[in-house]
Ligand binder design. Structure first.
Ligand SMILES: [Zn+2]
Length: 155
């Protein structure tokens, strides 16, 4: 699912207002490695107009990006961080559950053809062949659901 939808879902379902910014941050945080792809996206766009060939640099970014995405979309990594924070703080930090919710959504909204979520990494590369969030029907369904939920929240 795209970052905006994750943040809005996080806001709707985990809206402890005193920790709102943490809930929003952990709703989108697993996708932060995608920031690394922005320069490649721009270069790809520019290469269409003959400015340069981004293929070599693209592979270098992917070598960094892919392990980061695996780690941020891993349930074992989440559990490690969750219990480590609990151990350090002496109490669980509930906004971290927005990260787990992100994983729950992504596991079922990524297909094996489009960035499968290896949610048991590093122990397994198993993934679920879900309905890709980038399909037009899924995008429309996501934003209609968000609109309905927002209206319900506001009314
Ligand atoms: Zn994600």
């Amino acid at each position: 699912m795209d970052g905006l939808a994750h943040v809005v879902f996080g806001l709707l379902f985990f809206g402890d207002r005193s920790l709102l910014l943490w809930w929003l941050f952990f709703s989108a945080a697993p996708d932060l490695p995608d920031v690394l792809l922005i320069p490649r996206f721009v270069r790809n766009l520019l290469s269409r107009y003959g400015f340069r060939n981004p293929a070599r640099e693209g592979r270098r970014i992917t070598r960094v990006w892919k392990p980061l995405v695996r780690a941020t979309h891993s349930v074992p990594v989440f559990l490690t961080v969750f219990f480590l924070v609990w151990f350090i703080n002496g109490t669980p930090f509930l906004p971290l559950f927005a990260w787990l919710a992100h994983l729950g959504i992504d596991i079922f909204t990524h297909s094996r053809k489009y960035h499968p979520v290896e949610f048991l990494w590093p122990f397994s590369s198993v993934s679920f062949d879900g309905w890709a969030w980038s399909r037009p029907a899924m995008l429309v369904g996501t934003y209609v659901a968000l609109l309905v939920l927002l209206l319900y929240e506001l009314l």
